[in-house]
Design a binder for this molecule. Structure first.
Ligand SMILES: [Zn+2]
Length: 255
């Protein structure tokens, strides 16, 4: 894997956003691979000219490339709210590929965010653009990275070191099993996984999860029986092989 972008690829482009787009797409095209199958090639999708979208022709996994000089921690500004929600609801949300580069166009990191963790509860609506704006009334969205379980973030390149594709693919594919849960329930399951991870313990009790009830309530204020829902979600995570029940209200994380 090369860490230098090919600056000559942007020859002839004068605007900075265009140069940035051409260089990052060229690097990604030359160095990326599918995380969901063994294909070593991703293709730029010609149909969408607004987002940097790529697709694997073997398994149809979609990717959206975003490039940063400083990686966002809490919030990722994305495009139109309605468009992303529609992709999430039709189960075609892209896996996000966050590319970090420095001023000299050397790649510092590449982090994937698994698309199955993009559920409606982690997408925030932004204020509509003001009536005087060129696109008055247009509504964008924020992807709330702080509401997504750490598991969703998979390092392909971290601090200028490329992880082995085998390990990256294993890390990614172990969450493909979330596909078996319908979207509404998946929001709860991934939230439960995030809360369980936040306990920082391999074994934990149901009461420790109940103690975080307010975090569930913050995202699902309309739910009046959070504890029953939490118990159900722990069963879902157990059935998916993420944890096991070890008796007397205690659980053990398996992955
Ligand atoms: Zn693939």
């Amino acid at each position: 894997m090369q860490f230098e972008c090919d600056i000559s690829a942007a020859h002839g482009y004068t605007s900075l956003p265009q140069r940035a787009r051409v260089l990052s797409e060229k690097w990604f095209q030359d160095n990326s691979y599918c995380l969901s199958c063994d294909s070593d090639r991703l293709l730029r999708t010609a149909s969408n000219t607004k987002a940097s979208d790529f697709v694997c022709q073997t398994c149809n996994e979609n990717y959206e490339l975003k490039t940063f000089r400083t990686m966002p921690v809490r919030t990722l500004v994305d495009g139109a709210y309605a468009a992303l929600m529609s992709r999430i609801k039709s189960e075609s949300a892209p896996t996000l590929m966050l590319l970090e580069r420095n001023d000299d166009w050397q790649i510092q990191g590449l982090t994937a965010i698994h698309h199955l963790f993009l559920t409606p509860s982690v997408i925030g609506k932004r204020k509509p653009l003001s009536p005087t704006a060129r696109r008055a009334g247009w509504v964008g969205c924020n992807i709330r990275l702080d509401l997504i379980a750490q598991d969703a973030q998979i390092y392909v390149v971290h601090k200028r070191i490329a992880n082995s594709p085998k390990i990256v693919r294993e890390s990614f594919q172990r969450f493909n099993r979330l596909k078996n849960i319908e979207l509404n329930s998946r929001g709860w399951a991934t939230l439960t996984l995030r809360i369980v991870r936040s306990l920082n313990q391999q074994t934990f009790s149901i009461n420790e999860v109940y103690a975080k009830e307010y975090e569930f309530a913050a995202l699902y204020p309309e739910n009046n029986n959070i504890r029953a829902k939490v118990r159900q979600q722990l069963q879902v995570l157990r059935d998916l092989g993420f944890l096991e029940f070890s008796g007397r209200g205690s659980y053990k994380l398996l992955i």
